[in-house]
Design a protein around this ligand. Structure first.
Ligand SMILES: O=C(O)C(=O)CO
Length: 301
């Protein structure tokens, strides 16, 4: 029997999990080429690899803009991103060219929610500082008020963006004895009833919350949302957690708020860029937990 002719060129921008590669390789009509590395494809290799491709499989760090689409040319019919977010793709340009887009919503909902709760507890309870004191010999004896943090019991939690992930975070936080769950966003969500969520204006959420969790998508409306004015409305004792996108936060303003004592602490699952350069001012602060590399992956059971 004659082998099927490879008529579709597919470029994959990263070494993918074997299950995914097996499916792609089994498609007889596809000629698959892969940037075979755990590191992001360099821009010039992306522009080269995508040439004449019919399909592109990409990840979050790959900026898919007009330049990439032009480099691909008119063959390109489908782009699939192995990510929940798609803010790295110029959707208007993609739409203009009639290209279809696939993404992977919901695969990281539980993992992101668990990591956000872990980050919130570690930040509020000052675990990174405590570990540091053990390692540097700063812990001499038990002192009742030393490294006191902030507890969830009886607190008000504000979630900005009570979508799938925001709800999963809220569901995990409520059993800690949270008194009020406020949320803000474009519209009230029927599923908020599951966590007794109160839909409130953003200013109310910011000024009344003891913990603010940002879990909205990055859009032109949310870019730079958490800035000087935002932090100045927060309680001095409040803890700020961002598991959305780095660009939702003005990082200079966050540094100022943390270093001046305007807010108590921040736990960041995301920053711009990622990782932060090792000399970044935010990394000098004891009350700021930066993103760690495990991100949202975990071993399946
Ligand atoms: O898939 C996404 O959008 C992520 O942010 C992964 O961390």
């Amino acid at each position: 029997m004659q082998a099927a002719k490879k008529i579709m060129k597919v470029f994959v921008t990263r070494r993918l999990p074997q299950e995914g590669m097996k499916i792609l390789s089994a498609a007889p009509e596809c000629e698959v080429s892969v940037w075979d590395s755990d590191e992001p494809v360099p821009r010039e290799e992306l522009l080269k690899g995508v040439q004449k491709a019919h399909g592109l499989v990409c990840l979050l760090p790959d900026k898919i803009d007009a330049e990439v689409l032009d480099a691909a040319g008119p063959n390109l019919k489908v782009i699939s991103t192995m990510s929940v977010g798609f803010d790295h793709m110029a959707l208007d340009e993609i739409k203009k060219r009639g290209i279809r887009v696939g993404y992977t919503p919901d695969v990281l909902t539980d993992a992101t929610a668990e990591l956000t709760v872990a980050l919130l507890l570690a930040t509020a309870r000052r675990l990174p500082e405590g570990v540091e004191e053990v390692k540097n010999g700063g812990w001499s004896s038990w002192k009742p008020l030393w490294l006191c943090g902030y507890g969830l019991s009886g607190s008000t939690v504000g979630v900005i963006g009570l979508g799938r992930i925001g709800l999963a975070i809220a569901q995990r936080l409520m059993p800690f004895g949270v008194k009020r769950l406020l949320y803000s966003g474009r519209t009230a969500k029927p599923h908020a009833a599951e966590v007794k969520g109160e839909f409130v204006p953003m200013d109310t959420l910011v000024s009344q919350s003891d913990f603010i969790v940002v879990s909205c998508s990055l859009t032109p409306e949310t870019q730079g949302l958490c800035d000087k004015a935002f932090f100045s409305k927060m309680k001095k004792t409040a803890v700020f957690i961002n598991s959305s996108r780095g660009a939702v936060v003005n990082q200079e303003d966050l540094f100022e708020a943390l270093s001046s004592g305007q807010i108590a602490a921040a736990g960041l699952d995301v920053t711009t860029p990622e990782p932060l350069p090792t000399n970044h001012p935010l990394l000098t602060l004891k009350n700021c937990a930066p993103p760690t590399p495990q991100e949202a992956s975990c071993q399946p059971w």
